[in-house]
Design a protein. Structure first.
Lengths: 95, 331
């Protein structure tokens, strides 16, 4: 058993140019360079990607699920931000 | 490949039950009932977390140990094409193990802890990998039957209530179809070959049929953990339901090969539209799970050796990374 685990990296893959990177999973690696090759070998064996991002898991700052309601509350009551809020007569077209 | 209904132990985990209020549990169950996915940092009952850690890590261990029976034939594959295919498949199994370890780690267990539990014998892996691969036809039988049974088990797991596990299973299932098809094609090639080759295929079916059926785990009547896993939507179908589905689709495939399923009581019930089969020898299953299968000791010894032999590589890589980091900090 190794005394100390290699750090954990989160892996994000762009599957085609034109699409954004998407979380695929994670890998352990001793350093950044190894994280990239491990991510390639683990998550793109069938040409699933054209670009990979890896980032140390402990470097990610995430919102707290327990606070979800409060955190996203400011958007909840602003229904006027949605186009369906506005009533437009049926006769008016292209709007 | 897949783990099986091994989640028997740990029944009645006390967990943090005392701190879990009925209201919390109700909210959680309501989310599950509404088909919401549970994500890593969401609140979850301690028993749900433990069940998942146990199941996902057993599943991961099965993938890792599962490389051994097939790896046994890598140097003896009959053609370069078959060798390349087998290499790709074994590499996939390693990949599946890694997806799954990664999913389990989101539940707050470390990779080292899981590997440690496998090596110490505390954690189980699927009983099927404790059977030897004696002939080349066994490689075909494993792809066709073992991966076939795995697919049956894993497709419902793509809808599992735990997000990271279900996403890992989607990825696994996409790759698993290649495994099963290459196995069946291998069997087909043997069955269309010489009488001796066909006999070899029959022999492989004879040896792998029953262990493959055992992969679905104990009968529903004796599967203690199933009800809770179903309520939590970790599991979607019972062991017996999945086993029946597997038999129903596989028997016609055997017939196409011109092979005989080694069960003299196997009959098609025209009313139920299902095959009826003999009872499974559960004593054999429990013996293999308890560590007394044909290859348990060999599999574990090999895994421990691989872990020990790789220790210096892991340490050297860490030392190299530390040196590089120090150098770039100084520059």
């Amino acid at each position: 058993m190794s005394k100390q685990e290699w750090p954990l990296y989160e892996v994000f893959i762009r599957s085609h140019s034109g699409l954004s990177h998407r979380h695929a999973g994670s890998v352990h690696a001793a350093d950044d360079e190894m994280a990239l090759s491990n991510a390639r070998d683990t998550y793109t064996r069938r040409s699933e990607g054209v670009s990979i991002w890896v980032v140390r898991s402990d470097q990610i700052i995430a919102s707290d699920p327990a606070e979800t309601a409060a955190f996203f509350e400011p958007a909840e009551d602003k229904i006027y931000r949605h186009p369906t809020f506005y009533e437009i007569p049926d006769e008016v077209e292209n709007l | 490949m897949y783990t099986q209904g091994l989640d028997q132990s740990g029944k009645g985990d006390p967990g943090a039950r005392g701190e879990e209020t009925a209201a919390q549990l109700d909210v959680f169950q309501a989310r599950i009932d509404a088909e919401e996915k549970i994500e890593a940092k969401d609140w979850m009952p301690e028993a749900y977390r433990r069940t998942l850690i146990r199941q996902i890590s057993q599943h991961a261990h099965s993938e890792i140990i599962g490389m051994q029976p097939e790896g046994n034939w890598l140097t003896r594959a009959p053609t370069l094409k078959r060798k390349a295919i087998l290499l790709a498949k074994v590499q996939d199994e390693a990949g599946h193990g890694l997806y799954l370890y990664s999913a389990a780690e989101t539940l707050g267990v470390s990779r080292d802890e899981m590997v440690g539990d496998l090596l110490s014998g505390k954690a189980k892996y699927s009983s099927i990998f404790n059977y030897p691969t004696l002939t080349w036809a066994d490689i075909g039988a494993i792809g066709w039957l073992v991966d076939g049974a795995a697919i049956m088990n894993q497709i419902p797991l793509c809808r599992c209530s735990y997000g990271p596990y279900s996403r890992a299973m989607v990825r696994v299932c996409k790759e698993e179809s290649f495994h099963q098809r290459q196995g069946y094609e291998l069997m087909l090639t043997l069955c269309r070959g010489t009488a001796e080759q066909k006999a070899m295929a029959q022999d492989a079916l004879n040896r792998f049929w029953w262990p493959a059926l055992m992969m679905f785990g104990p009968n529903d009547a004796s599967s203690s953990h199933s009800a809770q896993s179903m309520a939590w939507k970790i599991k979607r179908f019972s062991n017996d339901e999945l086993r029946q589905k597997f038999i129903d689709v596989t028997v016609p495939q055997a017939e196409f090969l011109g092979l005989t399923v080694p069960d003299n009581k196997l009959t098609f019930n025209k009313e139920s539209r299902h095959y009826e089969h003999s009872d499974i020898d559960w004593q054999e299953f429990f013996d293999v799970i308890a560590g007394n299968g044909p290859c348990n000791k060999q599999r574990m010894a090999k895994r421990r050796k691989a872990q020990d032999d790789g220790a210096w590589v892991r340490e050297a890589a860490r030392a190299h990374a530390a040196k590089k980091a120090a150098r770039s900090a100084a520059a």
